[in-house]
Design a protein around this ligand. Structure first.
Ligand SMILES: Cc1cc2nc3c(=O)[nH]c(=O)nc-3n(C[C@H](O)[C@H](O)[C@H](O)COP(=O)(O)OP(=O)(O)OC[C@H]3O[C@@H](n4cnc5c(N)ncnc54)[C@H](O)[C@@H]3O)c2cc1C
Length: 291
């Protein structure tokens, strides 16, 4: 099928793009087009105006500033994947990216597009939730910061206002000593995950868990941070008993069902993937202590 007719706009600055968005009815931003174009071809999305952000250069950047990673909404997934700064300072993001689609989709797909598309099991949405990122929205009225915990308004629906664009995000960097792991289960490599889990673990001098962060996606419309489990892990020995109880808690979360995957199976995956993520994150944290 072909998309419904639309008018194409080609702004060269963020100001021009937000002015267009404010003045046009039923307008959508076009980033990498990896999700929007199929949706338009299937006529799930029928915008009257398409505002192409691909020539808005100021939206594509990546820089580390102290303990914060700043990434522009139009930064390609492939550029983040190949960034040595990301591999070194935010390896969980680097690891997650390897699961996002295929190299062809990552060549075009952007961080901002993935966050705004808000697929329930999107890897980049998961890691942004894990790290507690902040999203910077831009409109003709000005700038608004949205914590990731408040970004999802519903199923594949962000809390951006119709006249707002996502301009960039900031991610607090994990400690260099943290162990990390991203685990997911998808039917085929490159498919969207059914369930995915990310974990960060920092160890205290006595070898117990000093801090833990866990995010699970694929159970509901947005990733869930397991703050109760994160608290319970603090002070625990990073070993099977603690990981088993954390995994059991993950399996108690509500999980949606659809025509392909039952709620029980998603809960099963949540348990298994949480255990694996914690085990691998702890092993990597221990390697750093031993190094
Ligand atoms: C074969 C295939 C496999 C894939 N597998 C995966 C996978 O395993 N995991 C995964 O996470 N994704 C996967 N994807 C999706 C891919 O990651 C997309 O790149 C991503 O979902 C959307 O990014 P995009 O830049 O292409 O955005 P687009 O498709 O251009 O836009 C997506 C949505 O976001 C909105 N939008 C984009 N940018 C902005 C902005 N700056 N401000 C406001 N709104 C904006 C658009 O209007 C649209 O509604 C796959 C895609 C394909 C084709």
């Amino acid at each position: 099928m072909k998309p419904a007719p639309f008018t194409y706009h080609d702004p060269r600055s963020l100001g021009e793009a937000t002015a267009l968005l404010a003045s046009l009815d039923n307008a959508r931003a076009l980033a990498g087009g990896q999700s929007l174009m199929p949706m338009m071809n299937f006529r799930f999305a029928m915008p009257d105006h398409l505002i192409d952000l691909n020539r808005v250069d100021e939206l594509a950047y990546l820089r580390v500033d102290g303990e914060t990673l700043h990434i522009g909404a139009m930064t390609r997934q492939r550029d983040i994947e190949f960034s040595t700064e990301v591999a070194e300072r935010c390896p969980i993001l680097h690891e997650a990216l390897a699961h996002v689609g295929h190299r062809q989709t990552r060549n075009r797909g952007t961080l901002g597009g993935s966050l705004c598309h808000l697929d329930p099991s999107a890897e980049l949405v998961n890691v942004t939730a894990l790290l507690g990122g902040t999203l910077h929205a831009e409109s003709k009225q000005g700038t608004r910061d949205i914590p990731m915990s408040e970004f999802a308004a519903g199923y594949m629906t962000s809390s951006l206002e119709p006249d707002e664009l996502l301009a960039g995000i900031t991610l607090p960097l994990p400690s260099r000593d943290d162990g990390y792991a991203f685990t997911e289960f998808a039917r085929r490599r490159g498919d969207f995950a059914i369930v995915a889990c990310s974990a960060l673990i920092g160890l205290a001098r006595d070898g117990t868990v000093a801090c833990a962060k866990l995010a699970i996606s694929g159970l509901g419309h947005c990733p869930i941070r397991l703050s109760g489990v994160e608290r319970a892990l603090r002070g625990a020995k990073p070993a099977a008993p603690a990981f088993k109880s954390a995994a059991a808690e993950a399996a108690k979360l509500d999980a949606t069902a659809d025509a392909y995957v039952s709620s029980e199976y998603r809960k099963h995956l949540a348990r298994v993937l949480t255990y694996r993520a914690l085990e691998q994150a702890a092993a990597r944290a221990l390697e750093k202590v031993d190094a």
